[in-house]
Design a protein around this ligand. Structure first.
Ligand SMILES: [Zn+2]
Length: 165
């Protein structure tokens, strides 16, 4: 059982949107799907580091999703989370923390849904031994998420620049 300072096993096993996992303990997860447990632990190491620096409550909204047809949640490599105290543009802080951590081998998506909404998706080991880091922002456009590389401009600034306020 991993020993995270800021998260319990239940927060990972029973996130806000569990999508199909019926396992009750971490031990059960390790026995049944050791690769999933291993992957979740690897990604959670990074989430724990972020949480440590961020110093604000973080809620895990999604982790292992055995009912997904594909993608990193199916294999336990991804964690979604959000900030609980409604700090505006809190994902910018998370990006900043990650840019200053000496970590590689992760992707992070800011799933942008407005000033106070949205969540962060982080996954690791997405391309074996790539060692690459990717920062993306997803915008809702005509009901579809469009993903772009993070270029230092927040969605708010972008909207202001475009004059669509
Ligand atoms: Zn996700």
């Amino acid at each position: 059982m991993p020993n995270w300072k800021h998260f319990t096993e239940k927060e990972i096993l029973f996130p806000v949107f569990p999508n199909g996992s019926k396992l009750k303990t971490w031990h059960e997860l390790e026995n049944l799907v050791p690769n999933v447990a291993h992957s979740l632990e690897y990604t959670m190491q990074l989430v724990e580091k972020i949480r440590e620096k961020y110093n604000n409550p973080i809620q895990i909204t999604s982790a292992w999703r055995p009912k997904d047809s594909k993608g990193p949640h199916l294999t336990g490599k991804a964690i979604d989370f959000r900030c609980l105290n409604n700090l505006p543009e809190w994902p910018l802080k998370i990006f900043n923390i990650l840019e200053n951590l000496d970590e590689t081998d992760f992707r992070i998506f800011w799933e942008y849904k407005g000033y106070y909404q949205g969540w962060m998706h982080i996954d690791r080991d997405y391309r074996t031994a790539s060692g690459q880091t990717v920062f993306n922002i997803g915008y809702l456009k005509n009901k579809n998420m469009i993903y772009e590389r993070w270029n230092g401009i927040s969605p708010i600034e972008k909207t202001l620049k475009a004059g669509n306020v």
